[in-house]
Design a protein around this ligand. Structure first.
Ligand SMILES: Nc1nc2c(ncn2[C@@H]2O[C@@H]3COP(=O)(O)O[C@H]4[C@@H](O)[C@H](n5cnc6c(=O)[nH]c(N)nc65)O[C@@H]4COP(=O)(O)O[C@H]3[C@H]2O)c(=O)[nH]1
Length: 731
């Protein structure tokens, strides 16, 4: 049996390599005929010796009788020859040929194959078969061992490549990792330090090697983790994976930064280690704090947003429920904010919101919450208030502070606010009801003229509902020709001629009856319907001018009221142009009545629009003059041709000295500016006399004629031309 070493190093037979080459392929080729020749010579030798012995035998036994011994001797010789021949054949077939065959196969084996598959004959009898079996078995075993060895070598090579690749990858990962990676050994000191660690801590490898990892951190926040890490390093813990910690770390050159640190234990045949992954999260932390802040605050004003507001309101209500207290909720909406935003730009709008937010914040108590719910809507939660009257005086104060003028981007801006107040538990038991009731109260404050406050009252529910229904009814009326115009004449006192007529909108609803424009116009304004409705009025007025012309009426001018919302938001100029084009009406037959408040919100924009209207030829008059801001200095800049004295002054001129003085002042001013004055609301002869005395040129009022349907106006005009004085007293 070959030894294991022999098997590893190559078969004993030395059937390959230089040795084998020498033995089988080289000079040993001369031994090839030797065995067969040897056997042959041995047999022949034996044969001839046997013959010689027999001859001697015969000579001794029957000496001199050569003739008689020749035959038997010849027979014996032939017999022996046959026996030796047979013996040779037998030996040759049985031993020599298989041996020769074996030698041929061994020789034909490739010299570089350690264990060739020889396929030796194993069926031969005796030792030769056994040798064949043995060699074949050994060769097989060697081949198997060789294959196993080759596999193992290949496997090891693969593993080596993998190991090398993994090491290179690990190094690349460590070198390029954005996070600092430090490894500490069982002493707790740093043994690995990647480039990111150098950047993050500002500390080179040689400066940190051998120092405790704990030195890198400022506070004890990591001490629990380091304790567990040490337990792992000391073998007291079999595994260790620390939790992510946010700690203060120290920079080498001084200064701190916020770091998130995670420690992980690693056991290897070389020992136990703890790897620290460290990330500088200072910026991330700021961003996270900002994100957290923005989740609950409005980015523009930094006030609590709706989410935080809801939270605070529900907390306040919960506390009040527990303590038997009360909570006040105020909802604020800035008046005409959208117009300011549209006309002065979003930059000014944003700054205005910030200023309002600052003012509200300054005037709140510590326990109050001021929130921005969106757009120009703010809310104030007052968790502890003494009485409803206190809250209302606070609301009044807020209107004052919000209304104080502010200068934004060099422009003076002023904004009003409407406030709705709801009280807990009186007006609602949950956020939804409190907010909706405060909202209704705010809506009421707006409807009542804006820049005021209202406390929620139960009937507001019904009013809000009614306003919604009214808006829907108006939409339907607008689509189905449900509105009409009424015409009220304007009389020139100098010659009693009719110089114009004011077109006033009329709406008759089947259930509501005749609805006053003072009621439905604000609803249309708040509901956004006024632009379409106003456009319809201008169109209907122009259509009627055409019809009056066809009827042969004198070419009077028709004045229509332009709502503030329509003036600021609608594309009034373009729309007017297209109506004039469509109807073919001369622009100077159309007059727009605009109130002072409309133009005073944004004087520059108003002047621009008025100039555009003036350019296309539409006449302009200032309505309700004296009731609004009455900025006489601005009046000179407006391209207006008429001022209408508000009926409240006219109606009091007989009884109130003050009213007469105002009327006189307006008339004097108009004269100096060469502007026509119209006094509206003239009801009595006495008022008319006073106005005449003051020098008023044109009058309008019930004394002459009420607003009338178009047909009535036509017949009224006929009557007037026949007998004006009679018509006037009849009205
Ligand atoms: N007590 C009294 N009242 C007199 C007299 N003469 C006229 N009036 C009323 O005074 C109002 C004059 O219109 P306004 O001041 O522009 O006030 C108007 C105007 O602001 C608005 N309005 C009416 N029609 C329109 C419209 O088509 N568009 C817009 N935007 N507003 C309109 O509704 C307001 C009310 O309109 P009306 O109810 O038609 O009320 C009209 C008219 O009927 C009088 O001698 N005595």
């Amino acid at each position: 049996m070959p030894s294991e070493t022999a098997l590893r190093d190559g078969p004993d037979l030395n059937l390959s390599g230089e040795e084998g080459e020498k033995r089988w392929g080289g000079e040993d080729r001369r031994t090839r005929p030797r065995l067969r020749t040897l056997v042959l010579i041995s047999l022949l030798g034996t044969y001839f010796c046997s013959l010689l012995l027999i001859y001697i035998e015969f000579t001794v036994i029957q000496a001199g009788e050569y003739a008689t011994i020749l035959l038997p001797m010849g027979l014996v010789a032939v017999g022996l020859g046959a026996v030796f021949c047979l013996g040779y054949i037998y030996i040759s077939r049985r031993f020599i040929s298989p041996l020769e065959e074996m030698v041929v196969r061994l020789r034909s084996a490739p010299p570089d194959v350690i264990a060739p598959n020889l396929g030796l004959d194993e069926d031969c009898a005796g030792e030769i078969g056994a040798v064949g079996q043995f060699i074949n078995a050994r060769s097989r075993a060697v081949r198997q061992a060789q294959t196993a060895l080759e596999n193992e070598i290949a496997e090891r090579r693969r593993a080596e490549v993998q190991l090398r690749t993994s090491r290179e990858q690990l190094r690349a990962i460590s070198d390029t990792a954005p996070d600092a990676i430090a490894c500490m050994d069982s002493d707790g000191t740093v043994i690995t330090w990647n480039p990111a660690a150098e950047d993050v801590f500002g500390c080179r490898q040689d400066e940190i090697y051998g120092k405790p990892l704990a030195d890198l951190f400022k506070d004890d926040a990591l001490s629990t983790e380091l304790y567990r890490a040490n337990q792992f390093l000391n073998g007291k813990l079999s595994r260790y994976h620390g939790e992510l910690q946010t700690v203060t770390a120290k920079r080498h050159e001084g200064g701190d930064f916020t770091a998130s640190v995670s420690l992980t234990g690693w056991a290897s045949p070389d020992g136990r280690f703890v790897i620290a992954f460290i990330r500088d999260v200072s910026e991330k932390r700021i961003t996270e704090e900002r994100i957290r802040f923005l989740a609950h605050h409005d980015p523009l004003t930094e006030l609590p947003n709706r989410t935080l507001f809801n939270d605070r309101l529900s907390q306040a209500m919960a506390m009040a429920r527990r303590d038997g207290g009360r909570v006040a909720l105020m909802l604020l909406d800035l008046d005409n904010f959208k117009d300011i935003n549209d006309t002065l730009g979003h930059g000014v709008g944003d700054r205005l919101l910030q200023t309002v937010a600052d003012r509200l914040n300054v005037h709140k108590r510590d326990t109050d919450t001021v929130a921005r719910l969106g757009g120009d809507e703010f809310a104030i939660v007052l968790p502890q208030f003494r009485s409803a009257s206190d809250t209302l005086s606070y609301a009044k104060r807020i209107i004052e502070i919000v209304g104080e003028p502010m200068t934004i981007q060099g422009q003076e801006v002023q904004v009003g606010t409407s406030i709705g107040v709801a009280l807990y538990p009186d007006d609602g038991h949950d956020i939804e009801h409190m907010v909706s009731h405060a909202d209704m109260a705010m809506y009421q404050a707006k409807a009542d003229g804006r820049n005021t406050f209202r406390l929620f009252a139960e009937q507001m529910n019904a009013e809000v509902k009614d306003r919604k229904e009214m808006l829907a009814d108006m939409r339907e009326a607008l689509d189905n020709n449900g509105f009409q115009l009424a015409f009220q004449p304007q009389v020139q006192l100098a010659d009693q001629s009719i110089v114009g007529s004011e077109a006033l909108l009329r709406w008759h609803h089947n259930d509501r009856g005749q609805v006053s424009p003072s009621r439905f116009i604000p609803v249309a304004e708040q509901g956004g319907l006024i632009v379409d409705l106003g456009e319809w009025v201008v169109g209907a007025a122009c259509d009627q001018i055409g019809l009056f012309d066809k009827m042969g009426l004198p070419p009077i001018r028709i004045a229509v009221n332009i709502s503030s919302v329509q003036f600021r938001r609608g594309n009034l100029v373009e729309c007017t142009k297209s109506i004039l084009d469509r109807t073919g009406v001369s622009p100077d037959r159309l007059e727009f009545e605009i109130t002072e408040s409309v133009v005073m919100t944004d004087v520059d924009k108003a002047i621009k629009t008025m100039q555009e209207l003036d350019t296309i030829g539409v006449r302009l008059s200032m309505d309700d003059f004296g009731t609004g801001y009455s900025s006489l200095s601005y009046l000179r800049q407006f391209p207006i041709q008429k001022i209408k004295i508000d009926k409240s002054f006219v109606q009091n001129i007989e009884i109130e000295e003050n009213s007469m003085e105002i009327v006189n002042a307006i008339i004097g001013l108009s004269r100096s500016m060469n502007i026509t004055v119209v006094a509206e609301g003239v009801e009595t002869e006495g008022q008319l006399a006073k106005l005449k005395e003051a020098g008023c040129e044109v009058v309008q009022g019930f004394y002459f004629g009420r607003p009338m349907a178009a047909q009535d106006f036509e017949s009224w005009m006929g009557d007037w031309h026949k007998e004006p004085a009679l018509v006037a007293t009849r009205a």
